[in-house]
Ligand binder design. Structure first.
Ligand SMILES: C[S@@+](CC[C@H](N)C(=O)[O-])C[C@H]1O[C@@H](n2cnc3c(N)ncnc32)[C@H](O)[C@@H]1O
Length: 529
């Protein structure tokens, strides 16, 4: 079906360019009130809002479908309450949020003439995102001290941790309603307050807001704001603009977590949150996003959720020792060499692990330590050298099966390296490397089909990678007379089908328009063999 997002700038009735948004779902636009009324009577009334807020005993507030939602439908779009730098980030412009780099011959970043924070240039001094905080900092004579290091890679600056909480504090007077919505969000402050991070925030963030800027906020409110952000904020990436920030979206923040989500989300050019149904969602079903990383095994995902979001996940994947038949958290039994080790109780960290085939069993600590060692080894691999990743796979092929989490992470890294880095661009890959990339994409797609099914961006990118390499392989085999015209056409048709599905998924993210056009153009060119 056609993704609804494509209709965002055209009247839903007559198709002419339009800007009047439906106030209910904010997904449809009209050229005027008349067409809005017609559309409402024609059925939009039943389609408009498809979610409602409910409260669950375990998950707390959550969103649920009020009607059947179709795969690919935009569930809602939402403006951010606040956006800005992540806790500890590389120097970025506080006006447009692009990361900053020195141009040739420059010795330092452009600095705001009033508060001295690094910016892109004079235009960003006037950005509405920066002006309120700049006014306050200038009034209090605060000058930021962030400098570029000539000839060195930029380093992360902890001072950025103050900006988003400050923007939240400023909402109290500029937009009290939004400030209240923010303060009503879940924070887990009572647990966060005991952590080392919050001891640091107590020292630097609270001092900055209360003492340096002299704002009338007590320590608990400032730390609660930080905790609300840590519990609810989303990471926003606009790779094409070199932007990575965090943003708070009160409605999106209501989504519960599942390790097998039924939605995917993206952010448009205005940093609006766009939520898409990645699969059909039946009426009454909770709307799930994922707070974790799909390729991690259950032990790691549950640990992440416990440490960062303070809950135990009881989703279908977490409860299944085989992780929906992917065996992502398992490894090969060292006794029988054919079975896979699975947890006897995946909800219990300390529960022993046993072989799926023989009687072998081992303590949980052995698994935890083994995972730790693997993660350390992977983090030490040269991120630009596929040979090191291939060597890892070879080294552990008798211990880790193909869909073990560490193998999956390494294979995913290889997919991104082959075809994309100097020395390994598509045209430089030999036939064996092309075959390798095809196999890796197919393997990862099989896993993605189970763990992030449907219209997930994970699947979308894999489909795009696979079609590109299949097309190049077919063209090369045709040129060297390994296959005839008919076989070439057959293979290119497969690539075309994969591209079509990839475009359908990635097309839901407007910022990927150029990427999609480029991939489509490349395949069309090869199709003219
Ligand atoms: C972003 S908030 C979601 C909204 C939250 N339920 C509320 O009432 O404000 C994240 C928090 O919701 C709860 N939560 C979300 N998904 C959950 C799940 N699958 N199981 C248990 N708690 C969950 C946890 O407390 C988590 O830290």
């Amino acid at each position: 079906m056609a993704p609804v997002i494509s209709s965002i700038s055209a009247c839903a009735v007559c198709g002419i360019p339009a800007t009047l948004k439906c106030a209910g779902c904010k997904n449809i636009v009209y050229c005027g009130k008349d067409h809005q009324k017609i559309h409402w009577r024609k059925g939009h009334k039943a389609m408009c809002k498809c979610i409602e807020l409910k409260t669950d005993e375990i998950m707390g507030r959550m969103l649920c479908a009020t009607r059947d939602i179709k795969q690919g439908e935009v569930i809602f779009t939402e403006k951010p309450l606040v956006i800005g730098p992540k806790l500890n980030c590389h120097p970025m412009c506080l006006g447009c949020h692009r990361f900053l780099t020195l141009k040739p011959k420059e010795r330092n970043f452009y600095k705001c003439s009033r508060c001295n924070w690094p910016l892109c240039g004079p235009d960003c001094e006037k950005s509405q995102l920066h002006v309120p905080e700049c006014n306050l900092m200038a009034y209090r004579n605060f000058k930021a001290q962030i400098d570029a290091q000539v000839g060195l890679e930029p380093k992360k600056e902890a001072a950025y941790c103050t900006i988003v909480p400050l923007r939240c504090c400023l909402l109290r007077s500029s937009d009290p309603g939004s400030f209240q919505r923010l303060m009503d969000l879940q924070s887990h402050l009572e647990k966060r307050i005991e952590t080392p991070l919050y001891r640091v925030l107590k020292a630097n963030l609270v001092t900055f807001i209360k003492t340096i800027l002299n704002l009338d906020f007590d320590e608990e409110t400032i730390l609660k704001i930080a905790a609300v952000l840590d519990t609810n904020a989303f990471e926003i990436r606009h790779q094409h603009k070199n932007i990575k920030v965090r943003g708070l979206y009160p409605m999106a923040a209501m989504m519960a977590h599942s390790c097998v989500p039924n939605t995917a989300h993206t952010f448009n050019e205005d940093f609006e949150f766009v939520l898409i149904a990645s699969v059909d969602i039946p009426k009454g079903t909770p709307i799930y996003t994922t707070y974790g990383q799909t390729l991690q095994g259950t032990l790691q995902r549950r640990e992440h959720l416990r440490q960062n979001k303070f809950f135990e996940c009881f989703c279908e994947r977490c409860g299944d020792p085989t992780e929906l038949s992917t065996f992502a958290g398992s490894f090969i039994c060292s006794k029988c060499r054919s079975g896979k080790m699975i947890p006897m109780n995946p909800f219990e960290v300390a529960a022993p692990w046993k072989c799926s085939t023989c009687e072998n069993s081992i303590p949980a600590l052995q698994v935890i330590n083994g995972n730790r060692a693997m993660l350390k080894e992977i983090s030490e691999l040269d991120q630009t050298n596929p040979k090191e990743f291939e060597a890892f796979i070879l080294k552990y092929r008798d211990t880790l099966h193909g869909t073990n989490t560490h193998m999956l992470q390494v294979k995913y890294a290889l997919i991104q390296l082959y075809g994309n880095i100097p020395g390994f661009h598509m045209s430089q890959l030999n036939d064996a490397a092309l075959i390798r990339k095809v196999d890796l994409c197919r393997e990862l797609l099989e896993v993605a089909n189970e763990l992030e099914p449907g219209y997930s961006f994970f699947r979308g990118y894999l489909l795009m990678d696979l079609q590109a390499v299949l097309a190049i392989q077919a063209k090369r085999d045709f040129d060297s007379k390994v296959i005839d015209r008919e076989e070439t056409l057959k293979r290119l048709t497969e690539a075309q089908d994969l591209l079509k599905e990839g475009v359908l998924i990635l097309g839901l993210d407007p910022s990927l328009k150029d990427f999609i056009s480029e991939k489509t153009r490349e395949l069309n060119q090869i199709m003219q063999f």
